[in-house]
Design a protein around this ligand. Structure first.
Ligand SMILES: *[C@@H]1O[C@H](CO)[C@@H](O)[C@H](O)[C@H]1NC(C)=O
Ligand SMILES: *[C@@H]1O[C@H](CO)[C@@H](O)[C@H](O)[C@H]1NC(C)=O
Ligand SMILES: *[C@@H]1O[C@H](CO)[C@@H](O)[C@H](O)[C@H]1NC(C)=O
Ligand SMILES: *[C@@H]1O[C@H](CO)[C@@H](O)[C@H](O)[C@H]1NC(C)=O
Length: 635
């Protein structure tokens, strides 16, 4: 038997006194090129900033909030939040502010020295090195950059009382070297390539270049996809009317660029009213449409995305080109999100120096600013770039995924291409059991942000050889395979449970080993698909045939933009985060179900497209007239 001990005894002692010290953060090594020189002077002053933790960002809470404005059966469907409401809702609690400021005061700092930022995101305090070392139980050193002689102050680890830990996300300056890392130091250049085309991203593939003779006929869509083929395939015959209220954004990461003459070459062949039309450039973190480096690798992605997006939404609808990152260090998805949401970047105090570019870029010719909350997001944003989920830490992926949920709350539709390597990752790599990617791995390698449950992932289909545009398409099996599978990080969202459950029960994939998360409890992707084979694209003065989920994604974006147009014209909201709607019964039949083809990879034939949802083509390809009807029925 246990003796009953009166619990009130502990209550007599203050929580603070009992709270043990916990190591909050530790750096394992300092970045290459830096040496530790000396202890920092005890009377030097540090501008301490405590970044407080955000409430309400766990996945279940985010899903509930999003369902409230995005589920077709919700009475609040379409009642999107203002950016101010989003900022307020995810601002740190008064309890967090109180806990942190009281703890600082208990450690001997006068109340008037402690300041709380307007957004409640930060507690600020000027403290001497000696005071800070006592507060955080640490030691500060001065480091020197060997080649530039630049100095930096940092500690290697620091501690907080246990009751403060849940309220603090980060403290600066402590362990980070982010703010003054020189560009292109050996340790950053390869990592920053992650957010960019080239190593490890989705990028379109090209087969042949071809002469510039095309007809408007749709007789040849099994060999060449043109805008006329896409209109015929998906019933996209629509002239927009609410164009001043509407917006469609295409994101490109420098040095990817379009060549103006190529847009005109495409327009002459397929849409004469677009000759001389250009996207509206929104430059983020020094983004430039560079014209010095020219090749398919530099110009293929932007040309494909812009030529098709502009044509399909017609000359009446402006397209916004978000050109992200300067020519020196480029940019990642988080840099773009910083520009869209000031609360994201100012709250978190910047990005992860391992995987995001850090602005201002202090290098010669680098972008000297930092775009934080400077850009209003377009209603639909199409991105044809992606990581392997396994290349990011779960915490990093979750933080970025939460941000897509916040933008969904504001009514923004985020589309990501699902990848071009079937169940394998970028460059065809698969995973080992420990989660690391290798050419000879055997475990499926899912794509992020597609696996984030708060974005819409777009796969690829093809018109089969010899088939007409009126015949059913198959999963794309020419040059590329539609990316698809199951997340290793994110749990299955509610909107998908029925569809994925049916798929696994009716047509269980034939894999014995643990090559993917087969519990039915993880997020499956893609959500939808569209043609991704044989696109005729003008690139560097030539027409070429291009393949990829890079092609299907801006096409789906154009279709959704036209649906927004019809809703805006009737005084309705934008469609925002579409997944809870498209999986709902009211949208049954609004997609052309794809029932043939596979997405091979990792030495397997991958998954198979079957009746209903499958992790190859999702729910199928859009039928514009049926989607329009379903969305116009909603408030
Ligand atoms: C810290 O000191 C700087 C320089 O004197 C001043 O600009 C800043 O407002 C101070 N911050 C706080 C939180 O007192
Ligand atoms: C499209 O962009 C051009 C140039 O920025 C502008 O003059 C025009 O008003 C825009 N059209 C609409 C419908 O917003
Ligand atoms: C940054 O990327 C590397 C792979 O290049 C990965 O190992 C690491 O976990 C990532 N860091 C974060 C914080 O996600
Ligand atoms: C599968 O995913 C679910 C949901 O994320 C998770 O709880 C479970 O542990 C995963 N199973 C395996 C074997 O990874």
């Amino acid at each position: 038997m246990l003796a009953l001990i009166p619990l009130t005894v502990a209550g007599l002692v203050t929580a603070q006194t009992l709270s043990p010290l916990v190591q909050h953060s530790k750096r394992h090594q300092h970045p290459g090129g830096w040496s530790r020189m000396r202890r920092h002077a005890p009377d030097a002053v540090l501008p301490l900033r405590f970044g407080l933790s955000q409430p309400n960002v766990d996945m279940n809470t985010l899903e509930e909030l999003l369902n409230d404005v995005s589920h077709p059966e919700s009475p609040n469907y379409g009642m999107h939040w203002s950016p101010a409401r989003v900022a307020e809702h995810f601002a740190p609690s008064d309890e967090a502010v109180h806990a942190v400021t009281s703890w600082i005061r208990e450690n001997g700092f006068a109340a008037e020295r402690v300041h709380v930022s307007r957004t409640k995101g930060w507690v600020k305090l000027n403290a001497s090195v000696a005071e800070t070392e006592a507060l955080l139980r640490t030691e500060y050193h001065v480091y020197m950059h060997e080649s530039s002689g630049q100095e930096h102050v940092a500690c290697e680890a620091y501690n907080l009382p246990a009751h403060i830990v849940p309220h603090v996300e980060l403290i600066q300056p402590t362990i980070d070297f982010d703010s003054i890392l020189p560009k292109r130091s050996a340790s950053t250049s390869t990592k920053i390539a992650l957010g960019q085309p080239g190593a490890g991203t989705v990028s379109p593939k090209m087969t042949t270049t071809m002469p510039a003779i095309f007809s408007d006929s749709v007789a040849n869509c099994d060999n060449e996809i043109t805008p006329a083929c896409l209109r015929a395939l998906y019933g996209l015959y629509y002239l927009p009317v609410a164009t001043a209220d509407n917006s469609y954004g295409i994101v490109e990461y420098t040095p990817q660029a379009y060549v103006p003459a190529d847009l005109d070459m495409f327009a002459k062949a397929f849409g004469p009213s677009l000759v001389h039309a250009r996207p509206t450039l929104v430059s983020i973190d020094g983004g430039v449409v560079q014209q010095t480096m020219k090749s398919f690798d530099y110009d293929g992605e932007s040309s494909l995305d812009l030529e098709y997006a502009m044509n399909l939404v017609t000359a009446s609808q402006n397209i916004t080109l978000y050109q992200v990152g300067d020519l020196q260090i480029g940019a990642s998805f988080n840099n773009f999100l910083d520009a869209l949401d000031g609360a994201f970047c100012s709250f978190e105090g910047g990005d992860d120096p391992d995987n995001d570019s850090i602005y201002p870029d202090t290098a010669p010719g680098g972008y000297q600013g930092w775009d934080c909350g400077t850009t209003k997001p377009a209603n639909v944003i199409s991105t044809s770039y992606g990581y392997n989920e396994a290349d990011l830490s779960p915490a990093y992926a979750a933080r970025q995924c939460a941000e897509y949920a916040k933008l969904g709350l504001m009514g923004v539709t985020f589309l990501f291409s699902s990848g071009d390597n079937g169940v394998a990752g970028n460059s065809g790599q698969c995973l080992y059991a420990d989660g690391s990617p290798y050419t000879y791995g055997t475990i499926f390698n899912p794509s992020f942000p597609s696996t984030c449950p708060f974005v819409t992932a777009v796969g690829a289909t093809q018109v089969n050889y010899g088939a007409k545009v009126t015949d059913p398409e198959s999963a794309c099996q020419q040059v590329i395979y539609s990316g698809g599978g199951f997340s290793n990080y994110f749990a299955i969202p509610d909107y998908q449970k029925g569809a994925v459950g049916n798929y696994l029960a009716a047509t269980p994939p034939p894999y014995d080993g643990e090559v993917y998360n087969k519990t039915g409890m993880s997020r499956a992707y893609p959500d939808i698909s569209a043609n991704g084979a044989n696109y005729v694209v003008a690139i560097d003065d030539q027409f070429a045939l291009v393949f990829g989920t890079s092609a299907s994604t801006p096409v789906v974006g154009a279709i959704l933009t036209m649906i927004n147009d019809a809703r805006l014209a009737k005084g309705k909201s934008t469609i925002g985060f579409i997944n809870p709607a498209i999986y709902a019964p009211g949208f049954r039949g609004a997609f052309n179900d794809i029932v043939s083809g596979t997405n091979p990879g990792c030495g397997t034939s991958g998954f198979t497209a079957v009746k209903g949802f499958d992790p190859v083509t999702g729910l199928g390809t859009p039928s514009f007239p049926k989607l329009l009807e379903a969305w116009l029925k909603l408030e």
